[in-house]
Ligand binder design. Structure first.
Ligand code: ADP
Ligand code: MG
Length: 564
């Protein structure tokens, strides 16, 4: 197909009619699908080496030269800045997985790639995409049902179990010594924020504030029952520790307003200057008097506090913090039960928040303000410390995974052994089911079974094992042993083992969501029978266009369109 004629969709009396913009690229049917599948496979291939505890990291350098080193699926895909629409679709899948359950992003993407790889083989056998899609859906139902059946119920407050789950999410991603400590923090934090709303348990990650401060070691990371504000008390003469604090939360400056426009004030008499300054001072003083009258002992504002206001506040024995981030002040609002005040004159006692302790503490060589024993006991923070910024960033991603899986299990208390065990089970039952399906759809159901084995296979490969041997052994165990469903790959010893016995345990929801997301992605790709790509806008990148159009390409690749 040459790009020049692609835009002519219709003819009248042999004369082509221009329907689409000139330069539009089109690819049809199988060809379109092949291109899309190729892209999905390519993206999934990139992700494979990062799967599991023995997975490697990726170093990503953005266009500004900023470096991210990570093992986190969603982050890698995000930072990769994938251009192709199908690549973007996989990024979406990873994001959905991340939003829904917070872990299993790499798994979801690899599964999508594997499903499409299998689908491609079926397309070669002239099996229609709709048959493939319907086979995948039926297989997914069987898989879901079986996983629900073998999932093990746990107690929501079983701290030991929750710790194992948190640790599994961090296996190999963070040093072994810190892993257990982080797992413990994640469990404590999540149990603190968990609440039963109308009979349903909710453990909302948004209630766990994560604050990062590089310096110190990962072991210095601490759980704070309250909110941490990365600012210091504004004036040296103010108290640094206030107990039973009554807190004013302001979205208003404590400074004399500077005129918006350049205003000129003509003053002829020295008395006028004094009057003018006094007037300003009086306003600030009246604010502080108001605080005193209401019994305020701590003030947090998103805006500034000028020298004069600082002086009066200090004199009144009030602790004050300025330029607090909006997101932080919102957390304070929730934690202390106060209200954000924009007009100080209208402030009443009902607007004030409460905390048992507000204290400035030294963290590394900086100071931060800790607001603890808040009115709302569900406010917790984790202050992550670590030698350097990138380490702290990756620790945050790991900790977030740990918090997510704990939250998943609190919300839906069922777990599965990990290490590829659930995928082996799925492959087994789906294969058994395939035999009953018959017809062409049977091929699609079998293809699904083959595809899910990509997870144990990749875990084995990443652990440096012979994947064929491992899969053969696993299949045998899953079919013949009564407790075979627990068996997966111990990435550390390289042995096929009982994952339950070695505490590699994952939430049921992560597995279900990954399978579901993968089938959704594959379905979406398999439904596309035509790609119509507008010509790229000229941005002066001459070399991008050079080869475009000159090539009668069978693969549909042309460098001037986004098909390639
Ligand atoms: P994802 O983004 O999909 O969560 P991970 O890199 O976190 O990817 O890898 C998750 C996989 O690693 C899961 O299949 C999990 O069961 C497996 N896993 C975790 N710990 C171990 C272990 N010690 N041995 C084998 N597999 C493990
Ligand atoms: Mg993970």
């Amino acid at each position: 197909m040459s790009s020049g004629t692609q835009a002519y969709l219709a003819q009248i009396g042999g004369v082509p009619v221009l329907v689409l913009k000139e330069g539009t690229q089109r690819a049809f049917g199988k060809e379109a699908m092949r291109i899309n599948i190729m892209v999905a496979k390519a993206v999934s291939e990139v992700m494979k080496s990062t799967l599991g505890p023995k997975g490697m990291d990726k170093m990503l350098i953005d266009s500004l030269g900023d470096i991210t080193i990570t093992n986190d699926g969603a982050t890698i895909l995000d930072e990769m800045d994938v251009q192709h629409p199908i690549g973007k679709l996989l990024v979406e899948i990873a994001k959905t997985q991340d939003d829904e359950v917070g872990d299993g992003t790499t798994t979801a993407v690899i599964l999508s790639g594997a499903l499409l790889e299998e689908a491609e083989k079926l397309l070669d056998k002239n099996i229609h995409p709709t048959v493939i899609v319907s086979g995948f859906k039926r297989a997914l139902d069987v898989a879901t049902e079986h996983l629900r059946k073998i999932a093990v119920p746990v107690q929501r407050d079983d701290v030991n179990m929750l710790k194992k789950i948190a640790a599994t999410a961090m296996h190999g991603k963070i040093s072994e010594t810190v892993k257990d400590y982080f797992a413990e923090l994640a469990v404590k934090a999540m149990l603190q924020v968990a609440e039963n709303r109308d009979g349903r348990w909710i453990a909302d990650l948004d209630n766990v504030q994560i604050v990062k401060k590089h310096g110190g070691a990962l072991e210095d990371t601490q759980l704070v029952y309250g909110i941490v504000i990365d600012k210091e008390v504004v004036h040296a003469a103010m108290p640094k520790r206030v107990v039973n604090a009554k807190i004013a939360l302001l979205d208003a400056p404590l400074e004399v307003e500077k005129p918006e426009i350049d205003a000129e004030i003509r003053i002829n008499d020295p008395n006028q200057i004094r009057a003018f300054l006094e007037e300003e001072e009086n306003i600030l003083k009246s604010y502080v008097d108001k605080f005193k009258a209401l019994g305020v002992t701590a003030v947090f504002t998103t805006k500034g506090i000028d020298d004069m206001a600082q002086y009066y506040l200090a004199k009144a024995g009030i602790l004050a913090v300025r330029r607090v981030k909006r997101s932080d002040i919102e957390k304070l609002v929730r934690a202390t039960g106060g209200r954000l005040v924009t007009n100080i004159e209208d402030m009443t006692e009902a607007d004030l928040g409460f905390a048992g302790l507000v204290e400035e503490r030294r963290v590394g060589d900086e100071k931060m303000v800790f607001v603890e024993q808040c009115k709302n006991p569900r406010a917790v923070s984790i202050l992550i410390r670590g030698g350097f910024e990138r380490l702290v960033d990756e620790a945050e991603r790991n900790l977030t995974d740990a918090l997510s899986v704990v939250s998943d299990v609190i919300e839906e208390p069922y777990v599965l052994p990990g290490g590829g065990a659930p995928e082996m089970e799925v492959a087994k039952v789906v294969r058994q089911f395939a035999a009953k399906v018959g017809g062409r759809e049977q091929y699609a159901v079998e293809a699904f079974a083959n595809a899910v084995e990509v997870i144990p296979k990749t875990l084995a490969e990443n652990a440096g094992l012979d994947a064929v041997d491992v899969l053969t052994e696993l299949r045998h165990i899953h079919e013949s042993k009564e407790d075979g469903w627990k068996y997966g790959i111990n990435a550390f010893t390289g042995k096929v083992s009982d994952m339950w016995a070695i505490d590699v345990i994952e939430p049921l929801t992560v597995k279900l969501q990954a399978l579901k997301a993968a089938v959704e992605a594959a379905t979406m790709v398999l439904r596309i029978d035509e790609i119509i790509a507008a010509s790229k806008l000229e941005t002066g990148k001459g070399e991008e266009k050079k080869e475009g159009g000159e090539e009668e390409s069978k693969s549909g690749s042309s460098s001037s369109s986004s098909l390639d």
